[in-house]
Design a protein around this ligand. Structure first.
Ligand code: AHM
Ligand code: MG
Length: 335
């Protein structure tokens, strides 16, 4: 008889809650997130069929073109979360300000931050995209949250996760007790545990992930690291393949499963890098560390940074600890 247990994400979340002796609110938010992910996944799969491709003609707060599927994903997550009485506020990459739970609904003690659909420039190309999220506990006295609640250091995250809409849809989450991956079976509409207790391999499969077209804009230390990574004489250098999808969740997902190093450095054009600390770097850093990996901005551990703004950008180096330490030893000495 096949002894493998079949565990749905809902069952897993409830069992985690029992182990922690938690209240249930927290589990309900994760379960609602899994539900929203299924709805978004269905729509992503339909994107080539329905008249949803292309821009809406509007721009988000970063000045980038917003595509219809981003708006859809934003709306689904918001509507799955606004009325449950568990959140006090939310913050989304698509909104300039944080979003208090409306007065008509009860407010709770948790804060949800999310990037509803990352990598949206890839939608038209049938390249994998993703959703990223994190949960914090409210720290202010404001009933419906405040900016302070959304700008907590990543170390305060209670849970974080992402969904990758790839050749299959997967949801990966951590509530501070390891990292667990679930694959959506679309025929029954359930996320099933497929990757229990994920650890980032170290030593990794030798691959690095960076937009190397920007090499000339990088600092001398970053350029030196890249050159040495490929052909240096350190134990961690040489023998690499380059893998860059240009879709953060997918590039991170590969790095999580195979090990390696994902980089989005600062450069002459984007002195603070491109990725967002609150919505992208912090949740993925939490997951990387829970899986035995590491994440830095070049100098500092990502999770120790206190965000100054909701849409603050940061350089990001994330993956197998050995490689994150290696790049840190180059960039940390830059001065
Ligand atoms: P987005 O939030 O506007 O979709 O941009 C973020 C994306 C990431 O998914 C990806 O890692 C990065 O932009 C790629 O940027 P570049 O094209 O500069 O390499
Ligand atoms: Mg994004």
């Amino acid at each position: 008889m096949n002894e493998t247990h079949i565990v749905t994400i809902e069952r897993h979340i409830i069992e985690e809650e029992r182990r922690r002796g938690a209240s249930g609110s927290f589990s309900d938010i994760l379960t609602d997130m899994a539900f929203a992910a299924k709805v978004i996944s269905r729509q992503v799969n339909m994107a080539g069929l329905v008249d949803i491709l292309g821009g809406t003609g509007t721009r988000n707060v970063q000045g980038e073109a917003v595509q219809k599927l981003d708006v859809f994903a934003q709306d689904v997550i918001y509507r799955a979360m606004d009325h449950g009485g568990r959140l006090c506020c939310m913050a989304s990459e698509e909104f300039e300000e944080y979003i208090p739970i409306p007065d008509k609904f009860p407010a709770g003690d948790y804060v949800l931050v999310f990037d509803p659909l990352d990598g949206s420039s890839n939608i038209d190309l049938n390249v994998s995209i993703g959703t990223i999220f994190a949960l914090y506990r409210k720290v202010s006295d404001a009933e419906r949250g405040s900016l302070e609640d959304c700008l907590q250091p990543g170390l305060q995250q209670l849970a974080a996760g992402y969904v990758v809409y790839g050749s299959s849809t997967m949801m990966v989450y951590s509530a501070g007790r390891g990292v667990h991956g679930f694959t959506l079976d679309p025929s029954i509409g359930e996320f099933i545990l497929s990757h229990p207790d994920i650890r980032i391999p170290d030593p990794p499969v030798r691959s690095y992930s960076v937009n190397e077209a920007y090499f000339d804009r990088w600092s001398p230390a970053m350029q030196r690291f890249m050159t040495d990574l490929k052909s240096g004489d350190a134990s961690w250098s040489g023998g690499y393949s380059a893998r860059y999808i240009g879709s953060l969740v997918s590039d991170f997902h590969r790095t999580l499963l195979q090990g390696g190093l994902f980089m989005y450095p600062a450069d002459g054009k984007s002195p603070k890098g491109k990725l967002r600390l609150v919505y992208e770097a912090n949740p993925l850093a939490f997951i990387a560390e829970q899986a035995g990996g590491a994440a830095i901005d070049g100098v500092q551990r990502i999770l120790e940074r206190t965000p100054e703004g909701l849409h603050e950008r940061t350089p990001l180096f994330i993956g197998s600890s050995t490689l994150v330490e290696a790049v840190g030893s180059y960039l940390g000495s830059e001065g």
